[in-house]
Design a protein around this ligand. Structure first.
Ligand code: HEC
Ligand code: HEC
Ligand code: HEC
Length: 480
């Protein structure tokens, strides 16, 4: 109808009116957002005297800081402890940890206990600015008032270090901190932890530590597009610094199912006979856990074992087979069994991989060799059974460092001894021979990518961050 068409015609006056209304709505919305997102600064205090904190509270704070890995993230490679500056790579850009020593100018020396607790519980700094969730406050929010107090006492009694914050490398609009108000609205479930009466005390203690300070889901839970952990896929497996953090739920790739006993060994002592040792980012976590009271480790282990659930008869039977085979393997190794072992391996479908395994690996991994050089039988290894080859490639290329602790495992890296196609052939053989899982796909590309990522990390920020620990770094440097 002509009349209606005329009604839709945009006259200059109408356009101006429309634009005005739009502007008004936008300004109004921005106003509401700014008001809602605004957080007050908490007044600075004079740095408290170290003597104002009770020694037993400080000691407890030290144990809690170890469970929370504060030092791991807040210490730069070769930097002063807690002085920050460690680069944390996220899919959105690089975020640098900050100085949490009690330095008044560049650290948290002027933070009151209330300011400190607000940071841990709500992700807001003393000055009222939002903190990025690369700082796992979405877990630390569960920490109790008493534990926050102890952590505060511990940090406020450290040596102050002058170290200004580094500038994060984030694109617009992520560099505008108030956008995190929206993130918190969507993904932050505020604490503190509330006990679940359906479970006993140890389970609840474990849940409190694992989901709170221990922030295990930070690496072991997959993330969504906004970088938040997917609540419905808790512990389904995630990624950390070029490593796979295995599933800790029913999908755990461990050939022999984990028990609370084995987890206690692995987390508290850094070795479990049927599982091996923690490596990569998990090595840092476990080395921190070594100073944590046994009861807490045990509670963590009980809770994690409960997440994996009980396994069916089929799984138990497979595990039993693995253990029996393993025991037999250990027994027959010796001079007389060598020729037998050779025939067995050479008959495998992938001849090149089998030869490499025999020449370079079997000496340590098949036989009664003790730590530090004796590795577990690879049929027991989550690394070999896992859906992704990432960790296998990392271990084979870069090995395990000689650590200071007695009986720490040592495995050489083979980055210089093997080319990409040899590592791939070895991976194919090991996967086929020691597991009943489907072959890893794209293995050769993965090896090449792992090597170039390690090289790039060396150029940008020193040694690859996925290969932590000072001694390990030295080893890798020497290899290149
Ligand atoms: C996974 C790495 C990670 C761990 C573990 C971690 N932090 Fe942080 N933390 C960060 C990052 C990154 C920032 C900086 C965030 C930002 O700039 O928005 C930060 C910021 C902070 C801040 C705010 C400081 C400031 O100057 O604004 C405090 C306080 C803090 N962390 C305390 C702790 C404590 C206490 C622990 C141990 C219980 C801990 N952090 C463990 C990564 C971590
Ligand atoms: C910074 C990332 C990160 C955090 C935080 C983390 N893990 Fe891990 N975890 C890993 C990685 C990576 C691996 C695989 C390491 C390897 O191949 O040795 C792993 C391996 C494990 C394994 C061995 C699983 C298997 O089948 O072999 C267990 C158990 C485990 N983590 C438990 C925990 C617990 C409990 C916590 C919290 C207290 C935790 N992790 C926190 C990264 C992390
Ligand atoms: C000098 C002895 C030594 C040699 C040679 C060696 N390893 Fe290891 N390896 C170890 C030790 C020790 C560990 C740590 C204990 C463990 O986890 O098995 C280890 C760990 C591993 C793991 C992790 C197992 C787990 O816990 O899930 C894999 C996979 C592995 N080695 C593969 C290989 C392959 C493949 C080769 C040959 C290219 C090889 N190793 C050569 C000693 C050795």
């Amino acid at each position: 109808m002509p009349g209606e068409r005329a009604g839709l015609r945009v006259t200059p006056l109408r356009f101006i009116r429309f634009a005005t209304v739009c502007c008004f709505v936008l300004v109004f919305a921005a106003g509401i957002f700014a008001t809602a997102a605004w957080q007050p600064a908490i007044a600075p205090i004079n740095p408290p005297l170290a003597t104002s904190f009770a020694p037993d509270v400080v000691k407890r704070g030290a144990e809690l800081a170890a469970i929370g890995d504060c030092a791991v993230c807040h210490t730069a490679p070769a930097g002063r402890i807690f002085a920050g500056g460690r680069a944390i790579a996220t899919p959105f850009g690089t975020i640098y940890s900050t100085n949490i020593t009690p330095d008044a100018e560049t650290g948290i020396g002027t933070w009151s206990e209330a300011a400190f607790q607000r940071a841990l519980r709500n992700g807001v700094a003393r000055d009222g600015s939002y903190l990025y969730p690369a700082f796992p406050y979405d877990h630390f929010t569960l920490v109790s008032d008493d534990d926050d107090k102890a952590l505060y006492a511990f940090l406020m009694t450290r040596t102050p270090v002058q170290a200004p914050a580094l500038t994060n490398d984030l694109p617009f609009p992520l560099k505008v901190r108030p956008v995190l108000y929206g993130w918190n609205l969507l993904f932050l479930r505020r604490g503190p932890y509330r006990a679940d009466p359906a479970h006993d005390e140890a389970w609840n203690r474990g849940a409190y530590l694992v989901d709170g300070l221990g922030h295990c889901g930070d690496c072991h839970t997959p993330r969504n597009l906004f970088g938040a952990e997917q609540r419905d896929r808790r512990f389904a497996g995630g990624a950390a610094e070029g490593w796979t953090a295995y599933a800790l739920d029913a999908a755990s790739p461990a050939p022999v199912p984990w028990t609370a006993e084995a987890l206690t060994q692995y987390l508290g002592r850094g070795f479990a006979a049927q599982h091996g040792v923690p490596r990569g980012p998990m090595a840092d976590i476990a080395s921190d856990l070594r100073s944590v009271p046994a009861d807490d480790i045990r509670a963590i282990a009980i809770y994690v074992a409960a997440q994996m659930g009980s396994h069916g008869p089929e799984r138990t039977q497979i595990a039993q087979q693995v253990v029996t085979q393993n025991a037999r393997g250990t027994l027959v190794v010796g001079n007389s069994a060598d020729s037998q072992a050779d025939t067995f391996h050479l008959a495998a479908p992938d001849g090149e991989g089998a030869l490499i395994y025999l020449g370079a690996c079997a000496g340590c991994h098949q036989g009664p060799r003790a730590m530090p050089y004796g590795g577990i039988d690879l049929s027991l290894s989550s690394t070999v059974s896992a859906p992704s080859a990432d960790n296998f490639i990392n271990v084979v290329l870069y090995g395990l460092p000689a650590a200071e602790a007695a009986h720490a495992p040592i495995m050489p890296g083979f980055a210089n001894a093997m080319n990409d196609s040899q590592v791939a052939a070895l991976a194919r053989y090991v996967r086929a021979h020691f597991t009943d899982q489907a072959p890893w796909s794209g293995i050769e590309k993965n090896v090449t990518a792992t090597r170039s990522a390690a090289r790039a990390a060396t150029v940008d920020h020193g040694p690859p961050s996925g290969l932590p620990g000072t001694s390990q770094r030295t080893t890798h440097e020497a290899q290149r």
